[in-house]
Design a protein around this ligand. Structure first.
Ligand SMILES: NC(=O)c1ccc[n+]([C@@H]2O[C@H](COP(=O)([O-])OP(=O)(O)OC[C@H]3O[C@@H](n4cnc5c(N)ncnc54)[C@H](O)[C@@H]3O)[C@@H](O)[C@H]2O)c1
Ligand SMILES: N[C@H](C(=O)O)[C@H](O)COP(=O)(O)O
Length: 331
């Protein structure tokens, strides 16, 4: 059965989002299997490419070959590229909310988010650390327990999931628990099978401390938290390593030993992916009932102001969302 189109959220209108969305449409417009529409203000896109306003997602597929389908947002003040403005915050948030609602209603196959400036949104009272946590909250059904969203970055031959996401480095050791790592390993294992089609995934835990703690001499989180979590997961038939040294585990994964690495901190996990493949990197959220991906870069205000920012990572995110949606459909 053909899937519905993907939906893109506008992101920060002063960032690279509008230009890379138009450029991605231009690159993909002849491939109906990657059809998408964007929720945003039509004027943001019409300066870059032909645009067709749509009043429902069902109109997107027919329009896609000749114009960028735009599901319009009307409450956006005029914004110049490279000049962030907090007045755009309600429209930025509403584009994400509407995108999630469309996917949950089955009108779109997955959500691809354009970058937002987190500090700008925090300043207007936005209380979620990023898309990842906000979208998990939007996906929570009334009265249900909170979902555990998992950030995974792919690129450069790596898949890297994060044990901790948007939090200070100082708070990381205190928030690592055995139960939380068991839950995380279970979600990553299920996603590798379902979303990536890997029948028998092999996963590595990275250590937190240098040399994975050097038998406890350089830190005890490996002995007391990470390795016991790995043991529990192995007892449930999940192929996962004890904590591997963080400086070599990514080279081991690149050599083919692991299908994914679980990193303990945001930068430990994202530095290898963004360094190896900034333009092909994709950020995706595992553990949700909807498909969600994003480029691996941020708002890139300087690139937006200079004009012609690169759409490569957004294109990779669109292709990844389509792949995951297809894989989920065939389960
Ligand atoms: N998915 C997201 O929403 C997301 C992801 C990462 C960062 N951010 C946000 O982005 C903001 C800026 O973060 P940052 O400066 O650390 O990272 P950034 O990715 O925006 O910029 C890093 C460098 O890459 C360049 N760049 C980024 N995208 C580009 C593109 N498409 N074409 C050409 N050059 C590009 C920038 O000009 C800059 O030199 C922060 O507010 C952060 O919260 C959002
Ligand atoms: N941590 C991500 C990165 O650095 O690429 C980024 O901030 C995006 O996070 P959300 O998808 O939660 O907005």
């Amino acid at each position: 059965m053909p899937l519905p189109p993907l939906v893109l959220s506008m992101g920060d209108p002063a960032g690279v989002g509008p230009a890379i969305t138009a450029a991605a449409w231009d690159a993909l417009k002849n491939d109906s299997s990657l059809a998408f529409y964007v929720i945003g203000a039509p004027d943001l896109y019409s300066q870059h490419c032909p645009v067709q306003e749509i009043s429902s997602p069902e109109e997107a597929a027919a329009a896609f070959g000749s114009a960028l389908p735009v599901f319009p947002i009307r409450n956006l003040p005029e914004i110049a590229p490279g000049k962030p403005d907090a007045a755009a915050a309600p429209a930025i948030i509403s584009a994400i909310e509407t995108g999630v609602a469309h996917v949950r209603a089955g009108k779109a196959a997955g959500l691809v988010t354009n970058p937002i400036n987190k500090a700008l949104l925090y300043g207007t009272g936005f209380r979620h650390p990023g898309h990842t946590e906000f979208i998990a909250e939007l996906c929570r059904s009334d009265g249900a327990a909170a979902l555990r969203p998992v950030m995974m970055l792919t690129g450069g031959g790596l898949r890297v999931a994060l044990a901790t996401i948007h939090q200070s480095l100082a708070s990381v050791p205190g928030s690592l628990t055995r139960d939380s790592l068991v839950e995380l390993g279970t979600i990553v294992h299920a996603a590798l099978k379902t979303d990536f089609g890997i029948p028998s995934p092999r996963i590595a835990f990275s250590g937190l401390n240098p040399h994975a703690g050097e038998n406890g001499a350089l830190g005890r989180e490996e002995i007391e938290i990470i390795n016991p979590a790995a043991e529990t997961l192995r007892s449930r038939n999940i192929d996962i390593s004890d904590a591997r040294p963080g400086d070599t585990v990514f080279a081991e994964a690149l050599s083919g030993k692991y299908d994914a690495v679980i990193a303990m901190t945001h930068d430990q996990g994202l530095i290898p992916v963004k360094t190896l493949d900034f333009w092909g990197g994709v950020n995706m959220t595992l553990g949700l009932p909807i498909v969600r991906t994003s480029p691996d870069h941020g708002t890139g205000y300087d690139a937006a102001a200079a004009g012609n920012p690169r759409p490569d990572s957004l294109i990779a995110a669109i292709k990844s969302a389509a792949m995951v949606a297809r894989n989920r459909q065939t389960q």
